[in-house]
Design a protein around this ligand. Structure first.
Ligand code: SF4
Ligand code: SF4
Length: 317
């Protein structure tokens, strides 16, 4: 049977609607060895998934490379640069090409979790990605973001090919609006011909107990072509593939929906520097009495605070 594919807007790319999100397998979260992560990626690719999502920040290029070794099927790679300058964005793209072992990246996003207007705040980075596209090193230029304002701006911009927005049924992690407002921005993006694959449909694990319902909500939104999901076991991959292909296995989901994750600050050793609060796009951290405190209701378990902590005192567990 031919694998399921959806057109990714007007990019010319066709994707399986289940996109492999590699943030959770990397050092910010589960810290799987590259070979172990690669085994999971390969498992998904052999079952028809074809878009892998990563970022300069995720530390998962080695895992992806391991998964691709010797694979002859179709694979699309999307990465993101959080660089503030054109020079660093170029360096990030060159590193991705080198470490992933490819000549061209299918999608590179301006990694704009906190940005309100990516074209004003990261104008030179966006322009640099367009130059890299003209050079043949990048196929599609995208914008990823958590803010409704940023997704609205990206939907209107003629040079944006792909958008990677945060959306879940309660709008968890969207700092400037409700889920309905983000859904409207996504619908506008889809209508404008942008390829859209969403992130944080499970709010980083907050909605694990209602995973099927939460994933179906995002997958059913107007304008959404795919949903990136972080997966850490073959059972999780198989259950998600089943769900996205319309044949959910109830027993597997019963186990998966019973798990839980949370962010943990090792308070005894926290220096109260606030770097984690600065890195949190969801405004979920405040430093109280010299210790970082996380508001679980606002946290999407992205792990960016963990990456920002100079003392390595935060983990997603
Ligand atoms: S507290 Fe940390 S894991 Fe939670 S949303 Fe903020 S940066 Fe992400
Ligand atoms: S970055 Fe680390 S040390 Fe600084 S406040 Fe946050 S948890 Fe504490």
């Amino acid at each position: 049977m031919a694998p399921i594919r959806r057109l990714l807007g007007r990019t010319g790319l066709s994707i399986h609607p289940l996109v492999f999100g590699t943030l959770p397998m990397g050092p910010l979260q589960a810290g799987l060895a590259p070979r172990e992560g690669g085994r999971l990626i390969r498992h998904a690719l052999e079952r028809g998934l074809n878009l892998i999502d990563t970022a300069e920040l995720y530390g998962s290029y080695g895992h992806i490379r391991a998964g691709l070794e010797g694979f002859r099927g179709e694979v699309l790679l999307a990465t993101k640069t959080h660089a503030p300058t054109a020079a660093l964005a170029r360096a990030h793209v060159e590193r991705a090409l080198r470490e992933l072992g490819v000549d061209c990246l299918d999608i590179v996003h301006v990694h704009g979790a906190r940005l309100t207007d990516p074209f004003a705040e990261r104008g030179e980075v966006f322009e640099a990605l367009l130059v890299l596209k003209a050079e043949g090193k990048v196929r599609c230029v995208g914008v990823s973001g958590h803010r409704v304002a940023a997704i609205r701006r990206a939907a209107e911009h003629p040079d944006v090919d792909v958008i990677h927005p945060l959306i879940n049924r309660e709008g968890l992690g969207i700092p400037d609006g409700a889920a309905e407002e983000m859904a409207a921005a996504i619908a506008a993006a889809g209508a404008a011909g942008k390829g859209v694959y969403a992130m944080k449909a499970l709010a980083g694990g907050n909605f694990i107990a209602t995973a099927r319902e939460s994933l179906r909500y995002v997958l059913g939104l107007s304008g959404v072509h795919g949903v990136a999901v972080g997966m850490l076991s073959e059972a999780e991959i198989d259950a998600n593939l089943g769900l996205f292909e319309g044949a959910a296995d109830g027993s597997a989901w019963g186990v998966l929906e019973g798990r839980s994750r949370k962010i943990r600050v090792m308070e005894l050793f926290c220096k109260g520097c606030g770097a984690c609060a600065e890195a949190c796009a969801s405004d979920a951290i405040t430093v109280v009495d010299g210790v970082a405190r996380v508001d679980a209701a606002s946290c999407v378990l992205c792990g960016y605070c963990a990456a920002a902590c100079p003392e390595f005192m935060i983990r997603v567990v």
